[in-house]
Design a protein. Structure first.
Length: 179
C-alpha cells in the first residue's frame, strides 16, 4: 500500500510498513522523554539499530535531561538502513484540551527543522503519539499532514521526500483519507 502526492517539488509519501526497514536518510522515533528503548515503535527502532542508537540516546539524556514534549534530538542509526534517527516526544492525549494539537505539530516541525539543518533530504515518520500516548489517529493524521505540508511549502527544495510509515493498514487508510 502506497500513496504519493507532490508538495512544492518534494514527494509526500504514505506507505504501510515497518519504519525500521525504510531506505531514507533519517527515520523519526516516537520517543519517551528519557530516550530509553521502551516499547512500540521506539523499542523496534532501538532493537533494529542496536547499541549505537541506545548508547547515543542515553548520552544525550545524561547531558541534557529529559527531552521536553515537542523537541527533537538526533543520533546515528547504527545497524538501521537509515543513517540517522531523529527522536522526538509527542504529547500524551488528555482529551484534546491541553494543547495537544500544537504540541504534536511542534514535534513534527522540530524533526523537519533538525533534518533540514543537517542537510538530510529524505525523512520517514511514524504516526507519533497514536500508540501508547492515545492520540486519536484521524485527528493526529490531520495535524501531521498539515504540518508537513506547510513545512515543505515554506522550505521548497529542502527535501526530496517525506514519508509516513503507517504500521497498520487501518492507520494507512486513515492517513490516506486525510492527505
Ligand atoms: P507513542 O508513545 O508516541 O504513542 P507508540 O510507539 O506507542 O508511540 O505508537 C506510535 C505508532 O507507531 C503506532 O501507530 C504504532 O502502531 C506504530 N508502530 C509500532 N511499531 C512500528 C514500526 N516498527 N514501524 C512503524 N510504526 C510502528
Amino acid at each position: 500500500m502506497r500513496h504519493e502526492v507532490e508538495v512544492a517539488g518534494a514527494k509526500l509519501v504514505l506507505v504501510q510498513g515497518d519504519i525500521t526497514q525504510q531506505d531514507v536518510e533519517a527515520i523519526v522515533n516516537a520517543a519517551n522523554p528519557d530516550l530509553t528503548p521502551g516499547g512500540g515503535v521506539s523499542g523496534a527502532i532501538h532493537h533494529a539499530g542496536g547499541p549505537e542508537v541506545t548508547q547515543a540516546a542515553a548520552q544525550i539524556r545524561k547531558e541534557r535531561g529529559p527531552l521536553p514534549t515537542g523537541d527533537a534530538v538526533i543520533t546515528p542509526g547504527g545497524k538501521l538502513p537509515a543513517r540517522w534517527v531523529i527522536h522526538t516526544v509527542g504529547p500524551v492525549w488528555q482529551g484534546g484540551t491541553h494543547g495537544e494539537p500544537e504540541l504534536l505539530a511542534r514535534a513534527y516541525r522540530s524533526c523537519l527543522k533538525l533534518a533540514r539543518t543537517r542537510g538530510i533530504r529524505s525523512l520517514a515518520f511514524p504516526s507519533i503519539s497514536t500508540g501508547v500516548y492515545g492520540y486519536p489517529v484521524e485527528e493526529a493524521a490531520r495535524v501531521a499532514l498539515q504540518t508537513v505540508r506547510a513545512y515543505l511549502e515554506a522550505h521548497p527544495g529542502a527535501f526530496s521526500e517525506v514519508r509516513f510509515v503507517l504500521f497498520s493498514p487501518r492507520d494507512f487508510h486513515t492517513y490516506a483519507a486525510v492527505v
